[in-house]
Design a protein around this ligand. Structure first.
Ligand code: CO8
Length: 259
């Protein structure tokens, strides 16, 4: 797929979307957000793509937020339309029925942290910086930051970050559960791809069920959430991969999953 502000490649069942506006530190304007929606839709609809990685081009930034130049003169109604575009895209990403990994290679600020939080996991370089600095320009997060950050790191830490606008480094992000893993900068993409290829070889339907149960169970009452988990687990028993996985275990050999 060809885009103006994104690079897109697929290798070994892993699609990599690279935000590519390095002069603006990969800030998200509406054009880039529309391209992201098209790229994620393609990943959803293409069975040969098993896992998605999002990263940023250049040394410095994953995504330094929504494009402030584009936003500065918006009226509330226009701002709302930009928020709806962003949130529709991030919800599509969050509910993608396959795993998604953010390889955070530098600044992930405002909309950048928000995009990373719509992914299933965040792998960070040692030079990564996370933050929700909207307050410093008279705003609050608008692409789900108040909600996803609180769910990931707890309300107190989310309010601390959002109210102060302070950035945190990769080490702190790891400590509070925002980053899953931290790597030296020159190893980030290779390590993320290695992990993605590992997931690409796993039983795809079971991965889809993991994601569905965690995402949609999270906001349910515990009894209903456990019922949802049971239904997801039961459905795995209708797959070839479950038969193969258990047969291989009993025959003491490695399984060959077909997805
Ligand atoms: N938007 C537009 N341009 C940007 C952005 C951005 N978010 N971030 C950086 N740039 C541009 C700079 O303007 C500069 O351009 P130029 O070279 O033409 O002057 C270039 O990128 C390089 O940036 P700096 O010179 O500032 O680089 P530094 O190394 O000095 O600083 C920082 C790097 C700290 C990342 C700094 O650029 C910065 O603070 N950027 C803004 C971060 C920010 O506030 N992000 C949040 C934006 S708001 C948001 O994301 C809300 C999302 C949802 C709301 C939707 C509402 C409608």
């Amino acid at each position: 797929m060809e885009f103006k502000n994104l690079l897109f490649e697929v290798e070994n069942g892993v699609a990599t979307i690279t935000f590519n506006r390095p002069k603006a530190l990969n800030a998200m304007n509406s054009e880039t957000m529309k391209e992201l929606m098209a790229a994620v839709t393609h990943c959803r609809d293409n069975d040969s793509i098993k896992v998605l990685i999002l990263t940023g081009s250049g040394e410095k930034a994953f995504v330094a937020g929504a494009d402030i130049a584009e936003m500065q003169n918006l009226r509330p109604k226009e701002a709302l339309a930009f928020m709806e575009l962003g949130n529709e895209t991030l919800r599509l990403l969050e509910t993608l029925p396959k795993p998604s990994l953010a390889a955070v290679n530098g600044f992930a600020l405002g909309g950048g942290t928000e995009i990373s939080m719509a992914c299933d996991m965040r792998f960070a370089s040692e030079t990564a910086r996370f933050g929700q600095p909207e307050i410093l320009i008279g705003l609050i997060p608008g692409w789900g930051g108040t909600q996803r950050l609180a769910r990931l790191v707890g309300m107190g830490r989310a309010k601390e970050l959002i109210m102060s606008g302070e950035m945190i480094d990769a080490k702190r992000a790891y400590e509070i559960g925002l980053a899953n893993r931290v790597f030296p900068s020159d190893q980030l993409l290779a390590e993320t791809k290695k992990f993605a290829v590992k997931l690409a070889g796993m039983p795809g339907f079971a991965l889809k069920m993991v994601k569905h149960a965690v995402n949609f169970g999270y906001d349910l009452a515990l009894d209903n959430a456990i019922r949802l988990e049971m239904e997801c687990c039961a459905q795995c028993f209708s797959t070839d991969d479950q038969k193969e996985g258990m047969k291989a275990f009993l025959e003491k050999r490695k399984p060959t999953f077909t997805g």
